[in-house]
Design a protein around this ligand. Structure first.
Ligand SMILES: N[C@@H](CCC(=O)N[C@@H](CS)C(=O)NCC(=O)O)C(=O)O
Length: 199
C-alpha cells in the first residue's frame, strides 16, 4: 500500500521505543487479512499482548502505556495538552498541504495545486527556523511525540537514503515536495535519527 503517514507514525513509535516488530505488507486491493485480524479495513493495525488495535493514535497510546523505553508522551495534564496543541498546529499548518502532492505522487490525481507545495515548504521553513541548532522541538524528553509528529510529515520532503532504499517511492515524494537544497538544513539534521528509524 502507499506508505501513509499513519503507518509511518506507528513505525516511528515502535522504533523510538525500541520495540521489536514484524511488519506485514498489505495489498491495498485485498484487505481481507486486515479485516480478518482487526474487523475493519484500514491500516495501521497492531496485534500484540492479546489485543488488536487499529487507529494510529490508539496504537501510540497503547505502546507508550505497555512498554518501557523512552516515553512518547508525558503523563501530566499540562504536558498532554501541549502535545495535543502541537498536533493541532502541525495538522493546520503542515499536514493540510501535504495531501494534494502526495495523491499526485502516488498517481491518484493527475495534478496538484502548486500553492499546496509552497505552503508545505513554507511550513517546513518555519519549523526549521524555530528548531535552529537544537535537536528537538521541546525541552521535555517525555514530549518525544512532538518530534515524532514533525518527522511523520517532514520525511516525505526530506527522506533519508535508507528510507528511499526501503521504499523507493520516497524518491518521488522528495521530487514532488521539492524543498530547495539547504533551505531546511536544521530539519535535515533533526530528521537523521528519525529517518534511520524508517530505513
Ligand atoms: N484514523 C486512522 C486512519 C487510518 C487510515 O485512514 N488508514 C489509511 C492509510 S493512512 C488506509 O488504510 N487507507 C486505505 C487505503 O490506503 O487504501 C489512523 O490514524 O490510523
Amino acid at each position: 500500500m502507499a506508505p501513509s503517514p499513519n503507518n509511518i507514525k506507528v513505525r516511528l513509535a515502535l522504533r523510538a521505543k525500541g520495540i521489536p516488530f514484524e511488519a506485514v505488507p498489505v495489498d491495498p486491493r485485498d484487505r481481507s487479512r486486515v479485516r480478518e485480524v482487526s474487523g475493519q479495513d484500514l491500516t495501521p493495525v497492531v496485534a500484540d499482548k492479546g489485543i488488536v488495535l487499529n487507529d494510529s493514535e490508539a496504537i501510540l497510546n497503547f505502546l507508550d502505556a505497555n512498554y518501557d523505553g523512552p516515553r512518547l508522551m508525558p503523563a501530566d495534564r499540562e504536558g498532554r495538552y501541549a502535545c495535543d496543541a502541537w498536533k493541532e498546529r502541525l495538522d493546520r499548518e503542515l499536514a493540510r498541504h501535504w495531501l494534494g502532492p502526495f495523491f499526485y505522487a502516488i498517481g491518484l490525481r493527475p495534478e496538484f495545486d502548486p500553492a499546496d507545495r509552497s505552503a508545505f515548504q513554507d511550513a517546513l521553513g518555519v519549523l526549521d527556523a524555530e528548531l535552529g541548532e537544537r535537536d528537538s522541538f521541546h525541552d521535555d524528553p517525555t514530549r518525544r511525540v512532538c518530534d515524532l509528529r514533525v518527522a511523520e510529515w517532514a520525511c516525505y520532503a526530506l527522506p533519508g537514503e535508507g528510507l528511499i532504499a526501503r521504499v523507493p517511492l520516497f524518491a518521488k515524494f522528495r521530487e514532488v515536495y521539492a524543498v530547495p537544497e539547504g533551505r531546511c538544513a536544521n530539519l535535515e539534521r533533526f530528521l537523521r535519527p528519525w529517518n534511520e528509524f524508517l530505513a
